[in-house]
Design a protein. Structure first.
Ligand code: MN
Length: 205
C-alpha cells in the first residue's frame, strides 16, 4: 500500500479524489467522519502546507519527500509548519489509500507479507493483538505503523502528531490514524473499539 510520492507533484499540492465513496467503509467508518476527516483534516493539511510554502519560491519545485527529509534546508521560521503539514499530507494519503470496503477480499495478508508477519509475530492474530495494543498506547494524537526495512524485517512503531518514518529508510506497510478526529464522531472516546473495527477495512494485500 505504499504511496507513490511522485503522484503528489510539487507546490501547489492538491487534495486527490477519495478512491472510494464516502460511505463505502460503513458501518466501521461513517460517511460523516469520512467527510470531515478527508475533506477538512486531510484537505486542511494540504492548504496549510501550500500556505507555508507560498512565500518561498525556491521550495516550489521540491516533491513532498524532499520537503520532509531535508528540514535543515528549510527556512527556520517556516520549518515546523512545513514539516508538520507535509507529514500530515503524507500520513493521510497513506492511510486513506490503505483502506477498502469490508466486502473486498483484501483485509488479510497473503504471500510474502503473511510469511513475514508469521515470522515476527507467530500468526496474523498475534500480530493484530500486538499492533492493537500498541495503537491503544499512543498518548495524545498520533499514528501506529507497521514498517518494513526492505530486507524482510518488520517492526511496529508509534509516531506522535504527524511524524513519519520516511527519512529513516523504513517503508510503511500499514498505518492506523489514532487522532481523535479519526473516530470521535462514531466511537466517542472509545479508541479501542475503533481500532478493533478498523481491521475490517484496512488493506493488507
Ligand atoms: Mn487524521
Amino acid at each position: 500500500m505504499a504511496v507513490n510520492l511522485s503522484d503528489f507533484g510539487t507546490y501547489p499540492f492538491s487534495l486527490p479524489p477519495l478512491p472510494y465513496a464516502y460511505n463505502a467503509l460503513e458501518p466501521y467508518i461513517d460517511e460523516d467522519t469520512m467527510h470531515y476527516h478527508y475533506d477538512k483534516h486531510f484537505g486542511g493539511y494540504i492548504d496549510k502546507l501550500n500556505k507555508a510554502l507560498e512565500p518561498y519560491e525556491f521550495l516550489h519545485d521540491l516533491p513532498l519527500e524532499e520537503l520532509l527529509c531535508a528540514p535543515n534546508g528549510l527556512p527556520p521560521e517556516a520549518r515546523d509548519s512545513i514539516v508538520n503539514n507535509a507529514g500530515g499530507v503524507y500520513n493521510h494519503s497513506l492511510f486513506f489509500s490503505g483502506l477498502a470496503p469490508a466486502s473486498e477480499d483484501v483485509h488479510e495478508p497473503d504471500g510474502m507479507l503473511l510469511e513475514a508477519i508469521e515470522g515476527f509475530y507467530d500468526s496474523f492474530e498475534g500480530f493484530k493483538e500486538e499492533f492493537s495494543a500498541r495503537a491503544a498506547e499512543v498518548f495524545g494524537s498520533g499514528w501506529t505503523v507497521l514498517a518494513s526495512d526492505g530486507e524482510g524485517n518488520l517492526s511496529i512503531a508509534n509516531l506522535a502528531n504527524q511524524d513519519t518514518l520516511l527519512c529513516e529508510g523504513l517503508e510503511p506497510v500499514m498505518l492506523f490514524d489514532v487522532w481523535e478526529h479519526a473516530y470521535y464522531l462514531l466511537y466517542k472516546y472509545d479508541r479501542k473499539e475503533y481500532i478493533e473495527n478498523l481491521w475490517n477495512v484496512v488493506k493488507l494485500r
